[in-house]
Design a protein around this ligand. Structure first.
Ligand code: TXA
Ligand code: MG
Length: 338
């Protein structure tokens, strides 16, 4: 067990963090989406340590984080014109694009694929840290594999205390759900969304034809070769059993929950519901609030000593698509319609 230090994102601490990473070690860093567990993307041993610290399956590839376009060009075979236009519009920001990888990116980073996922995070501490290192940082979400992604330094500490030397505390993540992951199809003019995020299908549709990968809202079939390996694992789950409740009828929702009052349950609701007699956590009335609060709310259910948490289904458009996609996996696809 090593000691895990939590530091402020000042320049002295960022320099120390860069030294740890240059020496082959790992540091948890804030981004605008969720906290990332960062190591040298070009160093197979560093990436190996990321998989061990998280308990992550080796075939689930890592996203590499760049602070300028030179790092992108150095890491990939070629950059389609469409990708460049998207980078101009959405970087730095929560858009991850998949490219054919250059051999400088080791198989350990790409999970053995011949492609690599790249994004430029919109967070000053993260960008400064990458600049200080001088190479891209591979960074999956800084949680134990399977548990809800961390949106505060405290969440990272809960999961990775004793497994990593340093956490840079940049406060609560602004967005709260991970970046949108896209790939380009055939002729590089069409986009497929593999994981929805804050750069929405509606926003991307201004640039090209957009399709949602079939697995965004369903469980991949047994033995299916999925485009985004992360989609096939159980994900984002607290210890509490999560069940989604889908309804537009607040009265029916209250009756459904109140019937279970006295059982070991709680409810995760929007916040505007009244007459509910079970312990509750509110995660917001807008899609932005729900994205921001979802993972923290899922973690909070574990503190209530309940067996089951019924979570009110978010809207399924815009940013709500991302919230719903994460929640479905947290609930292992259990949905009750009332
Ligand atoms: O917002 C984010 O993207 C955060 C922050 C830290 O930047 N990172 C993150 O990383 O969510 P991670 O490792 O938890 O999720 C990466 C996702 C996985 O679903 C993985 O399967 C997919 O991206 N992915 C990575 N490389 C890929 C590739 N070459 N082809 C297809 N999918 C890929
Ligand atoms: Mg993750």
């Amino acid at each position: 067990m090593m000691t895990t230090e939590i530091v402020r994102p000042d320049i002295q601490s960022l320099r120390r963090a860069a030294e740890i990473i240059k020496g082959g070690g790992l540091v948890a860093m804030p981004t605008e989406t969720v906290y990332g567990l960062a190591g040298n993307a070009y160093d197979p041993d560093a990436c190996g340590k990321i998989f061990v610290a998280k308990g992550r399956p080796q075939d689930n590839p890592l996203i590499i984080h760049v602070s300028n376009l030179d790092m992108l060009y150095k890491s990939v075979k070629y950059v389609p014109e469409l990708a460049l236009r998207l980078a101009e519009r959405f970087w730095s920001g929560p858009l991850t694009m998949i490219f054919k990888k250059d051999s400088i990116v080791p198989d350990a980073t790409s999970g053995g694929l011949d492609t690599v996922a790249v994004r430029m995070p919109d967070n000053e501490a993260a960008l400064n840290l990458i600049e200080l290192c001088g190479f891209p940082l591979a960074a999956p979400s800084a949680n134990l594999s399977g548990s809800p992604s961390p949106t505060s330094a405290g969440h990272v500490y809960e999961d990775l205390c004793g497994r990593i030397p340093m956490i840079i505390d940049g406060g609560e993540c602004r967005t709260g759900v991970e970046s949108t992951v896209i790939c380009f199809t055939d002729d590089d003019t069409a986009i497929k969304i593999l994981r929805p995020g804050a750069v929405t299908a509606e926003m991307l549709a201004e640039y090209a034809d957009v399709t949602l990968d079939g697995n965004v809202f369903k469980k991949p079939d047994e033995n299916e070769r999925v485009l985004s390996p992360g989609m096939k694992y159980k994900h984002y789950s607290p210890k509490t059993e999560i069940i989604i409740v889908e309804t537009d009828n607040a009265q029916a929702l209250a009756e459904f929950l109140n019937e279970k009052a006295g059982e070991k349950i709680c409810a995760v609701l929007y916040g505007d519901e009244t007459g509910i007699n079970v312990p509750r956590i509110d995660y917001g009335v807008t899609a932005e609030q729900r994205a921001h609060n979802l993972f923290a709310a899922l973690r909070e259910t574990d503190g209530l000593g309940v067996k089951t948490a019924y979570v009110r289904c978010p809207e399924k458009t815009g940013l709500g698509t991302a919230v719903y996609n994460r929640l479905l996996r947290a609930a292992a696809f259990r949905v009750v319609k009332i």
